[in-house]
Ligand binder design. Structure first.
Ligand SMILES: CC(C)(COP(=O)(O)OP(=O)(O)OC[C@H]1O[C@@H](n2cnc3c(N)ncnc32)[C@H](O)[C@@H]1OP(=O)(O)O)[C@@H](O)C(=O)NCCC(=O)NCCS
Length: 164
């Protein structure tokens, strides 16, 4: 297990190199990544000098922030880094007085659906054929084609910063 106290969560500046290797693990379209990065804040999880996780926060609406992209280096999967990234996103959202956090994932992303629901996100919407309409190449995970985008929302109203 990763020790949380050896991880740091940092916001990248415009001048910092963009960790495309990680971003493209979560979203294979560099065109779409570049599009949403223009309006987003990019945060990383760092262990010593190594960037091992990334999360992209996009202002979706008044008081709603969307996690547009989240990824962890493959050799660090399953060690709690994804959980750590979301915990820190909750803190950032609370500091920015957001009311909810939204995330979209594919019908085929079974592990991600497990992780997000375990962390308090609930499925609120489905954008049918999002993946087949927006991605040139078919995407398969767990032997299932990614066709639809499931939207999940975590409400923050009942949380206070110091009670997480
Ligand atoms: C999704 C992702 C960020 C999760 O990061 P992670 O550091 O492996 O997640 P954690 O170790 O914090 O996992 C937390 C829990 O979710 C489970 N989990 C996470 N990803 C899983 C997967 N793909 N399959 C099965 N379970 C998974 C873990 O087993 C763990 O369960 P537990 O708390 O009961 O032990 C990582 O798998 C990743 O980078 N995937 C590729 C990019 C991607 O798909 N991003 C999401 C786009 S929507």
């Amino acid at each position: 297990m990763i020790l949380k106290d050896v991880l740091t969560f940092l916001k990248l500046d415009n001048n910092d190199p963009i960790p495309y290797d990680l971003l493209l693990l979560a979203d294979p379209s560099k065109r779409l990544v570049d599009q949403y990065l223009k309006q987003s804040d990019l945060y990383i999880a760092r262990q010593n000098d190594e960037t091992i996780g990334v999360v992209v926060l996009f202002p979706l609406a008044a008081e709603v922030v969307e996690i547009k992209n989240m990824a962890v280096k493959p050799n660090f999967h399953g060690k709690g880094v994804g959980h750590y990234l979301i915990e820190n996103v909750v803190q950032v959202a609370l500091l920015n007085k957001q009311k909810s956090i939204c995330i979209g994932t594919a019908n085929s992303s079974l592990g991600q659906l497990y992780l997000y629901q375990k962390l308090g996100f609930e499925i609120t919407d489905i954008k049918k054929y999002f993946f087949t309409d927006n991605y040139a190449e078919p995407i398969y995970e767990n032997g299932i084609q990614a066709k639809h985008l499931l939207v999940l929302v975590r409400q923050l109203n009942d949380l206070q910063k110091d009670k997480l």
